[in-house]
Design a protein. Structure first.
Length: 295
C-alpha cells in the first residue's frame, strides 16, 4: 500500500474536496482521484461515493483514513529511528503565539546555540489556528498553541499534543476603577464593568468566547469595540479609555492599568506543543520538545 495514497485519502477526509487536496500537494485533481482509485483497488472496497457534483468518503473510506493517521505516524517514526544515537542536527521550524515564543522558544534557542549548535530553530509568530494549519501541511515541525479552560480547543487525532504550562488571566481595567471595585469573584468583577466597552483579540476568537461565557453568567452581553492581539496595545487602549479586556495576571502593566484577579470561575490560558504524529521522534525536534517548559 503506497503511503502517498494514504496521505491523499487522509487529507481528503480533512479538507473535503479533491481540489483542496491537490492544492496541498501541488498536483492535479485527476492525480488525486487516480491515486485514491488505485488505493480502493488495493483495499478491495469503495472509498468514495457521489455527493451532488462532488464526492465524499464512504464509511469504509473514513475508517481507512483513521487508520492512515496511525500508519503514517509509524512510517515516520521508523524513518527517524534508523540512527537514534546520532548527534541531533537540523532545522526545527516553529510557529507559535508571541508571548509563548518569548517565554519558551527563545530560551530554548539560546540553549541550543550553546550546547547543540547543529540544531537551529526558525521561528514564525502565529495564532493557534494559523500555526496548526501550517503544521498539517508540513510547513512547520512544531506548533506552540494555546486555549483557555473556558474555551477548550477541539482535538485533532492526527496531531500529538503535549501540555506545557498554564497561567491565570485577569480582567485589565483602569487602575482607578480597580481601586473602587467592590464584590468577590469573577461574576461580580464582570458585572461591575457590564456597561463598558470590551477589547477582544483580532486574530483568535477564544478570548471573546471566554468573555462572552462569563458575561452571560453575570447576566449581560459584552459590547466588543476594539480588537488587538498585541497585549501592550490592549493595555494602551484600556489606559486611553477604550474599554476593558483580558490580560495575564503576571503581565507588567502601566501605572494606570491594573489586572483584577478572576476567581470562581477562574480563567487560565493553557499552552501546548503540537507535532504531527510520529515526528516527535526526530532527534532535533525531540531535543527541542524536551527543553520546553513542562516538556
Amino acid at each position: 500500500m503506497e503511503t502517498r495514497r494514504l496521505q491523499f485519502l487522509l487529507e481528503l477526509s480533512r479538507l473535503g474536496s479533491m481540489r483542496a487536496v491537490a492544492d496541498v500537494f501541488e498536483t492535479t485533481t485527476s492525480t488525486v482521484s487516480q491515486q485514491i482509485s488505485v488505493l480502493a483497488k488495493e483495499t478491495g472496497v469503495a472509498l468514495l461515493e457521489p455527493d451532488g457534483r462532488r464526492v465524499r468518503l464512504t464509511p469504509a473510506g473514513r475508517r481507512l483514513a483513521e487508520h492512515a493517521v496511525t500508519i503514517l505516524g509509524a512510517v515516520e517514526a521508523a524513518r527517524v529511528d534508523l540512527d537514534p544515537e546520532a548527534e541531533p542536527a537540523g532545522t526545527v521550524r516553529v510557529a507559535g503565539f508571541g508571548t509563548g515564543v518569548r517565554h519558551a522558544v527563545l530560551p530554548v534557542a539560546d540553549l541550543l546555540a550553546q550546547r547543540h549548535p547543529r540544531v537551529r530553530v526558525v521561528i514564525s509568530e502565529h495564532e493557534p489556528a494559523e500555526a496548526l494549519a501550517q503544521l498539517r501541511t508540513d510547513d512547520i515541525d512544531l506548533a506552540l498553541t494555546y486555549d483557555y479552560n473556558l474555551a477548550p480547543a477541539a482535538a485533532d487525532p492526527s496531531l500529538a499534543v503535549r501540555p506545557l504550562w498554564a497561567e491565570p488571566w485577569g480582567l485589565a481595567v483602569p487602575r482607578a476603577d480597580a481601586n473602587r471595585l467592590r464584590g468577590n469573584g469573577t461574576l461580580d468583577v464582570f458585572a461591575a464593568f457590564r456597561d463598558r466597552d470590551w477589547i477582544g483579540n483580532s486574530r483568535n476568537g477564544a478570548d471573546e468566547t471566554v468573555v462572552g461565557t462569563l458575561a452571560s453568567m453575570a447576566g449581560f452581553s459584552p459590547r466588543f469595540t476594539h480588537r488587538a492581539d498585541n497585549l501592550d496595545l490592549v493595555q494602551d487602549l484600556i489606559a486611553a479609555g477604550g474599554g476593558v479586556g483580558l490580560l495575564p495576571e503576571s503581565w507588567e502593566t502601566r501605572p494606570d492599568v491594573a489586572v483584577v484577579a478572576l476567581t470562581g470561575p477562574d480563567v487560565r490560558l493553557r499552552a501546548f506543543a503540537c507535532t504531527r504524529r510520529g515526528r516527535d521522534a526526530w532527534p532535533p525536534l525531540a531535543l527541542v520538545l524536551g527543553l520546553l517548559p513542562g516538556g
